[in-house]
Write a protein that binds this ligand. Structure first.
Ligand code: ATP
Ligand code: MG
Length: 447
């Protein structure tokens, strides 16, 4: 858990007035300007306190939605032995994207770009029978892929943070239900982050298999060319019934009925059949990717379980990735204005920013402390600008950081019993008495 009250005088927030020239897209510029990340080397970043705080927030939303569908969290290592990858045949297929390492005994190791092999081995050693499945397992761990062109900050890094989940089932029918569970969990995960994600038919690439969707958010700066029906721009990812196997299948059918495909899977004829006004051809950012690949790994890695007749059969598998670190960039791409970031309230680093314009003043300090205490007690996270700085600088920085609500404490506010409470997104100001501030915020957050 991150602290609920942070004082800027004690924090480490190296903000920048100007965007560094190397940052080409707005999310990268804003992450650098807001002091969230710092490049260590090409495509590899240090996460400064504010960036780290956001990474943990996003990770937690992802985790809660995985737990909700009954997936069990574990943690696999970043470094893997090459042996399993030779068994699956991917040691050679992966090519130069895989970072290969030798230990002191000249044994081949690698920094994991993904974990199908390792999880299959873990499953194989622990599960023997159809009675033990389905099993849904996930971890949230750093990955390394030696991308040819790392760029756009955390959006396409070489080292990046990913949630990867794996499903194990007795047959194809059961495996497709696991697939549907993740499909719906992803709709909910991204909706909670204020993102409208669109599940698009996708190529299966190096993971392999025959059923795959990429979850895409539309953005001009996205790296993928995507095509979909306009209906997806109005769908609500939270309003999905996933209570039974049939409900899940119906929900996924409903969400895949209209046309939505990435460039590799694009069917020009089918797309042209859509009324022209409903055709959306644009660019998008891939934030999640799910695959059903059957027995592609369980056959070479000999992960078998006994079916009802006692015969050993290879287990049916799927894998499900979310780019946790990429999501930071994606959310900022979707949620910013000319002043800076505009975090969705549900995942903001703090819900409330408190600016004390006269920190030397005893009465201002006392009022500030009172507001923060009440806000903390009500469950809000507060960022307090207690620095001895010009008010204009403080206001601009808070706007850059994108905290949903801001309250200003000043001698004038105290004298008039009227404090300015400003909503970051709309800029609308409320004037409230000191004791009314936190109750007002509670109402805004439905608490
Ligand atoms: P891409 O097509 O963007 O290279 P991928 O198909 O290689 O992605 P997956 O193997 O499906 O990616 O990985 C799961 C998720 O991890 C992706 O949906 C994406 O959000 C994220 N991801 C993949 N590569 C990177 C990267 N280089 N930097 C940051 N996030 C990444
Ligand atoms: Mg992909």
């Amino acid at each position: 858990m991150q602290p609920k009250l942070v004082r800027l005088s004690q924090y480490f927030l190296p903000t920048l007035r100007e965007a560094p020239a190397e940052a080409q897209i707005v999310s990268h510029q804003l992450m650098l300007r807001a002091g969230m990340i710092r490049q260590a080397s090409a495509g590899i970043y240090s996460w400064l306190p504010l960036g780290f705080r956001m990474l943990k927030k996003i990770e937690q939303v992802v985790r809660e939605e995985q737990d909700r569908i009954g997936a069990a969290e574990l943690l696999m290592p970043t470094i893997q032995s090459a042996d399993l990858w030779r068994q699956s045949g991917r040691y050679d297929d992966y090519g130069k994207e895989m970072l290969r390492i030798k230990d002191r005994h000249e044994r081949d190791l690698l920094y994991g770009p993904t974990n199908e092999e390792l999880i299959t081995e873990i499953f194989r050693a622990g599960v023997k029978s159809y009675r033990d499945v389905p099993k849904l397992l996930y971890h949230i761990q750093w990955k390394f892929r030696d991308e040819i062109r790392p760029r756009f900050g955390v959006m396409r890094g070489r080292e990046f943070y990913m949630k990867d989940a794996y499903s194990f089932d007795i047959n194809r029918k059961a495996a497709l239900d696991s697939y549907n569970k993740f499909f719906i969990a992803y709709l909910r995960t991204f909706a909670r982050m204020g993102l409208r994600s669109i599940p698009m038919r996708a190529e299966t690439g190096l993971i392999g298999g025959n059923n795959s969707h990429e979850f895409i958010i539309l953005a001009d700066t996205g790296e993928s060319q995507v095509f979909c029906h306009r209906s997806y721009l109005e769908r609500d990812g939270m309003a999905v019934d996933d209570s039974t196997l049939e409900a899940r299948a119906a929900a996924v059918r409903d969400w895949t009925r209209d046309y939505a495909a990435t460039e590799d899977e694009h069917d020009i004829e089918a797309f042209s059949a859509i009324p022209e006004d409903d055709q959306v051809a644009t660019r998008g950012i891939e934030i999640g990717h799910i695959f059903y690949f059957g027995t592609k790994y369980s056959v070479p890695l000999e992960a078998q379980i006994a079916d009802e007749s006692g015969a050993n059969v290879p287990v049916h598998m799927g894998s499900y990735g979310v780019g946790v670190s990429r999501l930071l960039g994606a959310i900022i791409e979707a949620r910013h204005d000319e002043k800076g970031i505009v975090w969705p309230a549900a995942i903001a680093p703090f819900q409330l920013a408190v600016i004390n314009v006269k920190v030397a003043d005893t009465a201002c300090r006392a009022a500030t402390e009172r507001i923060m205490q009440q806000a903390n007690n009500a469950g809000f996270e507060v960022l307090y600008d207690d620095r001895d700085q010009r008010a204009g600088v403080k206001f601009a920085e808070m706007e850059l950081l994108g905290i949903p609500w801001r309250v200003v404490v000043s001698p004038k506010a105290l004298a008039t019993e009227s404090f300015e409470v400003t909503k970051r997104r709309s800029g609308v100001i409320q004037n409230l008495g000191l004791e009314a501030i936190v109750p007002f915020l509670c109402k805004q957050f439905g608490r």
